[in-house]
Design a binder for this molecule. Structure first.
Ligand SMILES: Cc1cc2nc3c(=O)[nH]c(=O)nc-3n(C[C@H](O)[C@H](O)[C@H](O)COP(=O)(O)O)c2cc1C
Ligand code: SF4
Length: 383
């Protein structure tokens, strides 16, 4: 409360119409922080324009991407900020119920969140002037990476197996129990109170043309100072990895976790922005002692385990990628394996039903491009 907690909600509900809130978020240029970067205001507008009736807001706290731990810090640091963001989103789109979908491994954060929700409820912050209230409930995942994907997440909240849905319809039109549902990442929702309180212009002055505001990153791997960093959008990978996290002898950096893009050290001037390279903000750093093929093989194992199995390119493709990479790593690879990896990666990117299968081959594609010699060295060793 001493740091302007719930002042933004008071302003939104007391001085602005829901349409004005949506307009403010649109003008701010805020884009989703969960990976895909969809414009938040536009998503809210779609949900707000659906017919009146039951609607939902979901805070995606699944944070399953390899190397991501920034949402956990936001929740631990200020759970009230997220609750305020959910309450403002609910007012803007006309929802009366919010869910926080909490990663299974974050079970220990449940009490902290429940306590925060109860305090907010007791203070009367969840009641609106027109007599309506927004209720917020926590639902926990069961450890599946795919349940961070918004449609699988909704299946999971509905109590079903976490499997991806065909789209359209998209969640703002038909989501939870076929009702309009607005799903946003923890960091996205935590930005909302600041935008409403300080104005869209304040927010849009920070960052780059297409990426406004700041971004929170989780940095891990071969660095002296792993941790969570908040930087202005457009800062370079080098500034974060070398200057702040103090990495030495960098060989490669993967921006966006296991499903992110892999870049060699020569590309560290790439901006951390939607127009450069971003994802959900997981930064994995590999030094010169790391074996790139083994690292990519490990990524492939993860995706083969986590594929929900609904579509063939991913269900089969992730396993074939893993098998080929294992063969090469163990010294049984052939030159033509590289062509198969390349072609299979392209097929998976184009034909998979959701982002898991589409992004699973990213590190294969990038490693073949920048570290092809390491593959060939392993193949030649055997021949
Ligand atoms: C396999 C997969 C896993 C995902 N995991 C998460 C996650 O853990 N947290 C998250 O916020 N978004 C995740 N997403 C993105 C969500 O589908 C969705 O785009 C996001 O929650 C929307 O919120 P935003 O617009 O605020 O980013 C995932 C997507 C895919 C394809
Ligand atoms: S891409 Fe993978 S995770 Fe996504 S629907 Fe297809 S099988 Fe499931």
């Amino acid at each position: 409360m001493a740091r302007d907690g719930f002042k933004a909600l008071e302003k939104a509900v007391g001085q602005m119409t829901p349409q004005q809130v949506v307009e403010e978020v649109k003008k701010s240029g805020l884009r989703g922080r969960g990976g895909a970067g969809f414009p938040t205001g536009l998503k809210w507008e779609l949900a707000s324009k659906t017919a009146e009736g039951e609607k939902f807001v979901v805070c995606n706290a699944d944070e399953g991407e390899v190397g991501t731990f920034k949402d956990k810090h936001i929740i631990q640091g200020d759970p009230f900020e997220i609750i305020e963001g959910i309450a403002i989103a609910s007012y803007a789109v006309g929802a009366n119920k919010g869910y926080i979908y909490l990663r299974a491994e974050y079970h220990y954060l449940r009490d902290l969140l429940e306590n925060a929700i109860e305090q907010v409820r007791n203070q009367g912050f969840l009641k609106r002037g027109d007599g309506t209230t927004v209720e917020i409930e926590i639902r926990e995942g069961a450890g599946a990476y795919v349940c961070g994907e918004e449609s699988a997440l909704m299946e999971s909240i509905e109590g079903k197996r976490g499997e991806v849905r065909y789209r359209p319809p998209f969640p703002p039109q038909q989501g939870l129990w076929q009702k309009p549902t607005t799903i946003n990442n923890v960091e996205t929702l935590a930005s909302i109170p600041h935008i409403i309180l300080n104005g869209a212009e304040w927010f849009s002055q920070i960052g780059t043309e297409q990426s406004k505001g700041t971004k929170v990153f989780s940095v891990s791997g071969d660095v002296e100072k792993p941790g969570v960093y908040e930087l202005t959008m457009g800062s370079s990978v080098e500034e974060l990895v070398v200057k702040l996290a103090q990495a030495k002898n960098v060989k490669a950096v993967q921006v966006g976790g296991a499903s992110g893009r892999l870049m060699p050290s020569e590309k560290l001037d790439t901006p951390l922005a939607f127009e450069g390279c971003l994802g959900a903000g997981a930064i994995l750093v590999f030094n010169r002692d790391r074996d790139i093929v083994e690292m990519v093989q490990e990524n492939a194992r993860f995706f083969a385990e986590e594929s929900c199995g609904k579509c063939v390119p991913c269900r089969q493709g992730t396993h074939v990628l893993y098998d080929i990479l294992t063969r090469i790593s163990q010294g049984h690879g052939h030159e033509e394996d590289l062509t198969i990896l390349d072609e299979l990666s392209e097929t998976m990117t184009l034909a998979s039903l959701c982002g898991l299968g589409q992004a699973a081959p990213n590190s294969v594609i990038d490693s073949l491009r920048y570290f092809g010699d390491e593959y060939r060295a392993k193949i030649q060793e055997i021949v």
